[in-house]
Design a protein around this ligand. Structure first.
Ligand SMILES: Nc1nc2c(ncn2[C@@H]2O[C@H](COP(=O)(O)OP(=O)(O)OP(=O)(O)O)[C@@H](O)[C@H]2O)c(=O)[nH]1
Ligand SMILES: [Mg+2]
Length: 524
């Protein structure tokens, strides 16, 4: 190699396997590897690529920053530069290798330069040991067997603080999908219309950190356009998904009823369809989502047409469900019972409230999107008045449009409500954001002409002196679903409303809520 370099006056690089088989020879300074090589030697989480790169250089100098970036980004076993001594003989050898993630942030180690003929490194045993260390290193994170881990990334023009707030919510979503968060990265970008959502160099940095920390995937808080998804998949082997896919994955896990499953699969297919022009391997990463749920790899081998057919089939199935729902509603309507629907941000405590109001046992847990299916229960007031209380899927800001579309039938039930109880987690840090997000979705669903009552839940978590002023500011009724005694004012309010409905006296909602712009006393 040194002789040839001397002859042609340009550096030469060879890329070889652990057994010493040369895979590529690159002449010149541009070290871009061919996609065929990269596809043949894929790098998984916590592994090295199984390739080492040795190149010559005309002048004796240490490894460049670019070489070290290549080492980290390509996860090479080892990188080395061999300098030419005068006369074209091998001179100094500069070597560097990756380091296992140990929490120090140190990515790689540069070895002391040695004259080529004095290099005593046994590559075989060295790489085997290094790979073993890399595989066992997971920093201080414990990731349960069979689950995945992720690096969370936000890249937007919003302030750092705003982005960090959003990442808190993204981490809750990840938690709900049983994905362990390894680390978070925030990047302020000028505008979101880039090839990769964030600059190419920054993306490389994100991917290097993800590989270094041994995370299984990157989750972006922002929606990746189909073009961005494809561009990123071309650049890396790592699974890169966005918030929408994460939410879809949670829904896929939680859907129990046939109807719920159909709705989720529809949403996933609608998300996938525009992203379906990539090649096989990319495609599987795009559609893979989390775990094995969602349209799996085998299904993805089908072409767009088959997916369209499937969408058509599922949509017909949904229409069938919708018809059944109409019948159910008609039955209920005949009984003439008023319907009160619990709506609100996910994890606000809707199911807990339904349970305590109606002495039921629907599942309520500290996990976003616990509820997907609608549940209806009777609530009996003294004087024999009865209402139906329904609990349904929670909302979240920037609810993926694929989901709104797919959950139309579930959400359509809300049109039957005589009153919407908007349940809010009063202890949430971003209560205003959550309220606004819910109202925006209600508007989008054309539900804003149904009378609405604002209920601040989890008041037990607030200092007592804050509860009253907070509720007054928003014209809300404060409760704690965990403390039944606190429900009295709410029950009184509800009963008054029911009386107004059954007695036809629409104005019976008592003050102080009457002037509340959020509460419309009656339907137009
Ligand atoms: N401290 C406190 N916790 C509550 C209260 N109400 C509910 N929670 C807790 O909040 C968590 C979420 O409650 P859920 O009833 O599942 O909330 P949800 O609105 O139905 O949530 P999704 O179905 O995921 O949209 C659970 O861990 C509840 O125990 C409350 O008044 N005080
Ligand atoms: Mg619930």
């Amino acid at each position: 190699m040194c002789q040839l370099t001397q002859d042609i006056g340009r550096p030469i690089a060879v890329l070889m396997t652990r057994r010493g088989l040369v895979q590529e020879v690159i002449v010149g300074t541009d070290l871009t590897l061919s996609p065929t090589t990269l596809a043949k030697f894929r790098v998984g989480p916590r592994s090295l690529r199984g390739l080492r790169l040795i190149r010559t250089q005309l002048h004796d100098q240490p490894l460049s920053q670019e070489s070290l970036t290549d080492l980290a980004f390509l996860r090479l076993d080892l990188i080395g530069t061999l300098s030419l001594s005068p006369g074209g003989n091998p001179g100094n050898l500069y070597l560097a290798h990756l380091l296992p993630s140990d929490g120090t942030g140190q990515l790689c180690k540069i070895l002391k330069a040695v004259p080529f003929h004095q290099c005593s490194m046994a590559f075989d045993s060295f790489t085997a040991e290094l790979e073993a260390e890399v595989q066992s290193a997971r920093g201080h994170h414990t990731v349960r067997d069979g689950t995945e881990s992720a690096m969370l990334v936000s890249a937007s023009p919003e302030s750092r603080a705003e982005q960090e707030d959003r990442l808190v919510e993204l981490a809750e979503l990840a938690n709900s999908a049983e994905v362990t968060v390894i680390d978070r990265m925030v990047q302020r970008t000028a505008d979101g219309h880039q090839r990769y959502l964030l600059g190419g160099g920054k993306l490389k940095e994100v991917l290097i950190q993800t590989l270094h920390k041994g995370a299984d995937m990157v989750i972006f808080d922002q929606t990746l356009s189909p073009a961005q998804s494809r561009a990123i998949a071309e650049m890396t082997d790592i699974k890169v998904i966005d918030r929408t896919q994460l939410i879809l994955a949670i829904f896929a896990r939680r859907a129990h009823s046939r109807e719920g499953k159909v709705q989720v699969e529809l949403a996933q297919l609608h998300y996938l369809l525009p992203r379906l022009s990539g090649k096989g391997a990319q495609l599987s990463r795009l559609g893979g989502g989390i775990g094995t749920r969602g349209p799996g790899e085998t299904k993805l081998e089908t072409d767009r047409r088959r997916i369209r057919d499937r969408i058509g089939h599922l949509e017909r199935e949904l229409t069938h469900f919708a018809r059944h729902q109409d019948q159910r509603r008609a039955r209920r309507g005949r009984r003439g019972l008023p319907v009160m629907s619990l709506v609100g941000y996910t994890n606000a405590g809707k199911s807990t409230l339904l349970n305590v109001l109606t002495k039921s046992h629907v599942s309520a847990e500290n996990r976003v999107f616990q509820t997907l299916d609608t549940t209806s229960r009777r609530l009996r007031f003294p004087q024999d008045r009865e209402v139906i209380v329904t609990d349904t899927v929670g909302f979240i800001r920037d609810l993926p449009k694929e989901l709104v579309g797919a959950f139309r039938t579930t959400l359509e039930e809300l049109h039957e409500a005589d009153l919407l109880l908007h349940v809010v987690d009063a202890s949430a840090a971003d209560i205003e954001v959550q309220i606004t997000a819910v109202i925006a979705i209600l508007q989008e669903l054309n539900l804003n002409n149904i009378p609405r009552m604002l209920v601040f839940n989890k008041c037990d978590r607030l200092p007592t002196h804050q509860i009253e002023p907070l509720c007054r500011r928003y014209h809300a009724i404060g409760i704690s679903a965990l403390q039944p005694a606190t429900l009295r004012p709410l029950l009184a309010e509800l009963e008054a409303h029911v009386r107004s409905l059954t007695d036809g006296d629409a104005g019976a909602i008592s003050s102080p809520t009457r002037e509340d712009p959020l509460i419309l006393a009656s339907r137009p």
